[in-house]
Design a protein around this ligand. Structure first.
Ligand SMILES: C[S@@+](CC[C@H](N)C(=O)[O-])C[C@H]1O[C@@H](n2cnc3c(N)ncnc32)[C@H](O)[C@@H]1O
Length: 455
């Protein structure tokens, strides 16, 4: 690989006799991985028997096609193995309030959700208007239940959530040196000046992010770059300017090593952070640090959330009938509508009036005249073992389903909505009329499945 001259000179100076191994790793194949979704049952052995990622029980090495049933149903999420170290380090416990500040396309968010198991609160934010859409698609596909998706800048979020979160993740926009092997185009905008620009932006993001960590809470900072300016030097800057924060040691396995104080101000505390180098472990490269805030007096957030509109009595009846007859269960949380869309929003949120809320919670469906149409997001967030009305479909029928086609059953079950499952995975709600299953797979997501995708 033709690495930039300045990059070679810089890392030869920093890495000394390890530099050649580091540079040689760019000419070896990049490694793919995926995480399994702990909310899904009966995953095929071909997905669970592949080599495991040493620091993440849900992580495996290997490739899953984006057009496969397992990907499309949210049973797995493809993620580069060293990126899994970030979620594994954050490891929120059920019930915690978690913020993912720089979240699109959603790799870390879906990972954090796997730790929360549908409990607590996951606020997932993306500043970029286009990228927040991709984030929402991935959150929906992974069946995340307790997430609010925001499209805001860190500056506008910090006054809304002062001293609020148990865990804040800043997976910072960075110079992306750890992406060079996988995506050589990442080199085209790299320069020594670009590294410095990224570091300046990271300081601005961190200044706001740190304000949202509750006393005793933690902030996990990560980048996919090797640049000390964005890694050890960023943490040295935090320790110097925000004395309420200290670094917490990160457990390192699978070739992950201590961060390098000599690449910053020499503070030995910096060894507590972690470095993932492609010549030392099976992954592309990351930097991860865990900061903890001292116990100090906290500010209470202002006001309670007023998201959406309460349901009318007719809407309540329609939803209850669906919940009882099809889901066979009621869901806990606040039910609200935004226009004709029904959402289940987390309780216990501050007032989000000043924020751009992209999704106030789990999308349950749409009210249409005198009927309720369940959402794709609800289907993918449903536990197939709990839902009352399920209908197993074949691989061929699934291909027709994701292509947007109506298909025919060999027998006619009773009329109504069914959670369709294929290979035990939820794939959407279909409406059965006679022997026909009407297609409600979202129009914008439809695609053609080829034989090679059937893994
Ligand atoms: C490294 S990516 C996040 C990857 C994501 N966490 C994942 O695992 O899929 C960084 C994100 O930060 C966003 N970003 C860029 N500038 C930002 C800013 N000033 N404040 C907050 N986020 C920003 C980018 O749009 C990008 O989506």
């Amino acid at each position: 690989m033709n690495l930039p001259e300045d990059f070679i000179t810089k890392y030869r100076g920093l890495l000394g006799d390890q530099a050649d191994d580091f540079f040689a790793s760019f000419d070896t194949e990049s490694l793919s991985g995926y995480r399994v979704n702990p909310a899904h049952h009966h995953l095929p052995e071909r997905l669970t028997a592949t080599p495991a990622v040493p620091y993440e029980a849900l992580g495996h090495y290997g490739t899953v096609s984006g057009r496969s049933l397992m990907h499309q149903s949210g049973a797995v999420y493809s993620q580069e193995p060293s990126a899994m170290f970030v979620g594994a380090t954050a490891a929120p416990t059920p019930g915690e309030r978690v913020l993912d500040l720089c979240a699109a396309p959603g790799g870390k968010t879906t990972h954090l959700a796997s730790y929360l198991h549908g409990t607590g609160l996951l606020v997932t934010n993306e500043i970029n208007r286009k990228r927040v859409k991709v984030l929402a698609e991935n959150v929906e596909r992974f069946g995340v239940q307790s997430a609010v998706i925001l499209n805001e800048s860190p500056e506008r979020l910090s006054p809304v959530f002062p001293d609020y979160f148990d865990k804040v993740l800043v997976d910072a926009p960075c110079s992306g040196e750890g992406m060079f092997r996988k995506d050589p185009d990442a080199m085209s905008y790299w320069s020594l000046d670009y590294v410095q620009e990224c570091a300046d932006r990271q300081q601005q993001i961190m200044t706001e992010a740190l304000k949202m960590v509750k006393p005793g809470g933690q902030l996990i900072y990560s980048t996919c770059t090797f640049a000390p300016e964005e890694d050890e030097q960023m943490m040295a800057w935090v320790l110097e300017n925000f004395p309420e924060f200290h670094l917490v040691p990160i457990e390192k396995t699978g070739g992950v090593i201590d961060a390098k104080p000599e690449w910053a101000d020499g503070n030995p505390e910096l060894t507590k952070a972690a470095r993932l180098f492609p010549h030392l472990m099976n992954g592309e490269g990351h930097f991860v640090a865990k900061l903890e805030r001292d116990e100090v007096a906290a500010t209470a957030p202002r006001g309670a959330a007023k998201l959406g509109t309460p349901l009318t009595s007719d809407q309540k009846k329609l939803w209850q009938a669906f919940a009882q007859d099809v889901l066979g269960q009621s869901l806990t949380g606040n039910l609200v509508t935004v226009k004709d869309q029904l959402f289940l929003t987390p309780t216990d949120l501050p007032n989000l009036k000043r924020c751009h809320v992209f999704r106030p919670g789990l999308h349950l469906g749409t009210f249409k005249k005198n009927r309720f149409e369940p959402a794709y997001a609800l289907a993918l967030a449903s536990d197939t073992a709990q839902v009352k009305q399920t209908l197993a479909i074949t691989d061929e029928q699934w291909r027709a389903w994701v292509h947007g086609e109506t298909f025919t059953l060999t027998e006619a079950p009773s009329k109504g909505w069914y959670l369709l499952t294929s290979q035990d995975q939820p794939v959407g709600f279909g409406k059965v009329v006679g022997q026909t299953v009407k297609n409600f797979f979202p129009k914008g997501l439809r695609f053609t499945v080829y034989d090679t995708d059937l893994n």
